[in-house]
Write a protein that binds this ligand. Structure first.
Ligand code: NAD
Length: 437
């Protein structure tokens, strides 16, 4: 099949490259010329493990192309995927559909023959209807079907998630649309990935419901962690103790600084707005969103407490800036809520991240970026782990201790056993676990 992917970001580029790997002929379109130029030169504009290899091999076999010319690639496509951003609209938290609507208009102008237009971007219920209306308005002669196909991949494991998904959700009641989508995903359901067909509005809602549920799970365990700290219990054992119950499951039960990233914060907010407009009250999701925001803003207090109440003249070393490991994505990263209050309270901040420093630099003015974890810790009064990159999981604490002003570790990801740090002579603070000092 000939597929066009509009938007060559975390979702569009990975999906496009994986579809090409399955044998489809894919054109990735982006209106960011630098992005297309860099892809044309074989340089990935984002960090995603394994992406460079799969892009290079499919480009070499002429199944994957990059262009800014939307019209030519749409005209020859069997299916056109919309994978542009849907950020939070400033001020009200609604999903900003500016890019989706713009893409729909451009697609309309270029349609030639029956084409399936697939929304991969996360869009509120009813957006498929809007896209259909826009296309009809621009091109009353066009022959097309608008299908919802939300994407569930996780950054950092995106290729594996795309190729071995738990499920593929397709929202359409159009028989021709269904047939094309079946053909698009045929290589995947040969792998026995369940393909769930439903109507378009339901498919749009499935994506938001999934993200809101996962955000709720994280927020639940974060609140349990707060309780553990008050009553002297260990949240990791609580998580294991409940997660071994098949009805609950062990995933998304890691207490931490609060969820961030390009999806959960904006998608919970957008779902709340959709529900408000529809006259349904989503009290659980509203509470999750509020609790998470206040949690992120309170993380700096934990560092202040660990340092005895004042940060004046102190140096704080931060390990991990991206919202999670194995990505360079800084959107809504907890580090962005933590670091500015530390600076405002008088601390100098040094930081290190294996992949995120290029995107972090303009977002964190005044932060000194270090060349590795040990350089980062040098001269620091406290070392703070914010993102659990693999390379932070086996630090040489004798070395860290020798370069720090004092041995204090604040671990927001609970990646070390308290006893190990205690044995190294560190004061160790983590989330929801008993202190040994
Ligand atoms: P992104 O910002 O990384 O990429 C979007 C790309 O679209 C950008 O490169 C931008 O230049 C391009 N673009 C915008 N308008 C365009 C136009 N008119 N023509 C061509 N290109 C255009 O965003 P993302 O993280 O890939 O997310 C895309 C969508 O997928 C969002 O709705 C998001 O919620 C959803 N989603 C994201 C993830 C994730 O982990 N990032 C997972 C599932 C779903």
């Amino acid at each position: 099949m000939r597929l066009t992917m509009i938007g060559a970001g975390y979702v569009g580029l990975v999906s496009g490259a994986c579809f090409a790997d399955f044998g489809h002929v894919v054109t990735c379109v982006d209106n960011n010329e630098d992005r297309i130029r860099s892809l044309g030169a074989g340089k990935m504009p984002i960090y995603e493990p394994g992406l460079d290899r799969i892009v290079a091999s499919n480009v070499a076999e002429d199944r994957l192309r990059f262009t800014t010319d939307l019209a030519a690639s749409v005209a020859s496509a069997d299916a056109v995927f919309i994978a542009v951003g849907t950020p939070s609209r400033r001020g009200d938290g609604h999903a900003d559909l500016t890019y989706v609507h713009a893409a729909a208009r451009l697609i309309a102008a270029a349609l030639d023959g029956f084409t399936v237009i697939v929304t991969k971007s996360t869009v509120p219920v009813g957006t498929g209807d809007q896209i259909e209306a826009i296309i009809r308005e621009e091109r009353s002669d066009a022959d097309f079907a608008v299908v919802s196909n939300p994407e569930f991949l996780r950054e950092g494991a995106a290729i594996d998630d795309f190729k071995r998904p738990n499920r593929i959700v397709v929202g359409t009641t159009d028989p021709r649309g269904r047939e094309v989508m079946q053909e698009v995903y045929r290589p995947l359901y040969l792998n026995q990935a369940p393909l769930l067909f439903t109507d378009r509005r339901t498919a749009e809602l499935v994506k938001y419901a999934a993200n809101a549920f996962l955000a709720t799970k994280i927020t639940f365990i974060n609140e349990m962690a707060d309780l553990c700290e008050k009553v002297g219990a260990d949240v990791q054992d609580v998580a294991r103790g409940i997660g071994l119950d098949n009805r609950i499951g062990p995933k998304f039960l890691h207490a931490g600084p609060g969820f961030g990233g390009s999806c959960f914060p904006k998608d919970t907010l957008a779902l709340i707005r959709t529900a408000e407009e529809a006259g349904a009250d989503l009290r659980i999701v509203s509470a999750v969103s509020d609790i998470n925001e206040s949690r992120k803003s309170r993380m700096a207090d934990r560092v202040v407490d660990a340092l005895g109440g004042s940060l004046e003249g102190r140096t704080i070393a931060v390990l991990g800036l991206t919202f999670k490991p194995n990505t360079d994505d800084m959107r809504e990263a907890p580090s962005l809520s933590l670091i500015p209050p530390l600076q405002a309270a008088g601390a100098s901040v040094r930081a290190y991240d294996p992949q995120g420093m290029e995107f972090a630099r303009p977002l964190l003015p005044g932060v000194t970026l270090a060349k590795d974890a040990y350089d980062c810790a040098t001269g620091a009064d406290a070392l703070v782990i914010v993102t659990e990159w693999e390379s932070f999981r086996a630090l040489d604490f004798a070395r860290i201790k020798s370069v720090m002003k004092q041995p204090l570790l604040v671990d927001f990801r609970n990646i070390y056993p308290p006893s190990e740090l205690h044995a190294h002579g560190f004061t160790y603070r983590s989330v929801g676990r008993p202190r040994l000092d």
